[in-house]
Ligand binder design. Structure first.
Ligand code: SAH
Ligand code: SF4
Length: 354
């Protein structure tokens, strides 16, 4: 019998499985709590289930934490983890805002949803590698659980408060797994992280934006916009050819109507998009949309040809948005000294291997 990954199941599903394997329904609840709340790495850590039952459980459920290959710590507290999965593929997970003595602070984890990414954005290290595979539900929730385990060893009070689906991969191209991982992480007997504390970031998979608004209207949405002009965006983010700006903005309008939430627009400022034309285009695009714009100086990636604009150009861009009464901020750059942008740690390791 093929074992099922226990990190991929909701409490009700675990209870059903326990019943059909001759165990009580209550065992399902207990297992869910141990796996999803206490983040155990081995059945032996369970203290309130008999040895005989643990053996039965291990016959139909697998529990396989990822292997930590490398961790990098930034001066600003950002920590980046490179994990190896069961099949040897590697993904990264970033934890932002960690401060040892402030256990109640906001702790945001940035999780990956795919190995590589099929979208292939020009400026993105993950995109340059091509696409390997989707992550499973258990590999998505697993990143939260594995990071939690590591941090709890340093501080038993540690809690993850926010999740952003902004690591490697395009979450809306692995929609079903991401949506289920969201439900598991939101579960009361698990991490109990509020849906409003989770944000899905997308390069613009239009049909799935609308589906997300219907399926999980409380989850936040961030759009990686990066240009207000189709001819530029086509080059930066190839999926724009399939879902051009007009369709993307229409989907964002629908999202705000269905959810009553504002959309975050990410704009990585670079040599191709930091000009007056782009800023004015952005003002037009956002007319009537509940929006917040995050300006991020692009993180230059090897071989991409994309580089940073000057500070003056960035300020000019911001002022045009402010003058149009658009909510805008420079996103705090986290972990720049440890390459904490999308896919960069992995790329560096690949380079080291070469
Ligand atoms: N695939 C999704 C989520 C993962 S990428 C998406 O594209 O939205 C997370 C964010 O990192 C995106 O906003 C992406 O545009 C941004 N990003 C990727 N490479 C970057 C770089 N070199 N500099 C700045 N931001 C980058
Ligand atoms: Fe994929 Fe996002 Fe990177 Fe684009 S920015 S290649 S969508 S991970």
């Amino acid at each position: 019998m093929e074992k099922i990954d226990c990190r991929s199941l909701l409490e009700a599903e675990l209870s059903e499985l326990c019943l059909s394997n001759g165990l009580s329904k209550f065992r399902g609840k207990q297992i869910f709590q141990w796996v999803q709340q206490k983040a155990i790495a081995d059945w032996e850590e369970i203290s309130n289930i008999s040895q005989a039952d643990k053996e039965r459980i291990s016959k139909f459920l697998s529990l396989r934490p990822a292997t930590l290959i490398r961790e990098q710590k930034s001066k600003d507290g950002t920590r980046k983890f490179l994990f190896e999965l069961a099949d040897g593929e590697r993904i990264e997970t970033v934890l932002m805002g960690y401060e040892k003595d402030k256990s109640r602070d906001r702790q945001t984890i940035c999780v990956s949803t795919q190995v590589g990414c099929p979208v292939g954005c020009l400026f993105c290290a993950t995109g340059m590698e091509g696409f390997k595979r989707n992550l499973t539900i258990g590999e998505i929730t697993g990143q939260v659980l594995d990071v939690l385990r590591i941090l709890k060893k340093e501080n038993s009070e540690f809690r993850i408060t926010n999740i952003v689906f902004m690591g490697m991969g395009e979450p809306l191209l692995n929609y079903d797994a991401v949506l289920k991982a969201i439900s598991i992480l939101n579960s009361h007997d698990g991490q109990n992280i509020g849906l409003r504390k989770m944000t899905v970031s997308t390069s613009g998979v239009v049909p799935k934006i609308i589906q997300l608004a219907k399926d999980s209207p409380q989850v936040g949405l961030a759009i990686s916009l990066h240009s207000s002009r189709d001819e530029v965006r086509d080059k930066l983010i190839p999926i724009n050819k399939k879902y051009p700006l007009a369709s993307l903005m229409a989907a964002c309008r629908t999202y705000t109507q269905l959810t009553n939430r504002r959309v975050t627009f990410e704009f990585a400022l670079n040599n191709a998009n930091t000009n007056r034309l782009e800023a004015q285009g952005l003002v037009k695009l956002l007319k009537g949309i509940m929006a917040h714009v995050n300006l991020i100086p692009v993180n230059p990636v090897q071989r991409s040809g994309v580089c940073r604009p000057t500070r003056g150009e960035m300020l000019m861009f911001k002022k045009i948005l402010e003058d149009a009464k658009i909510a805008v901020s420079f996103r705090e750059e986290k972990g720049l000294d440890i390459d904490a942008a999308c896919g960069q740690l992995r790329q560096r390791l690949e380079c080291e291997k070469a």
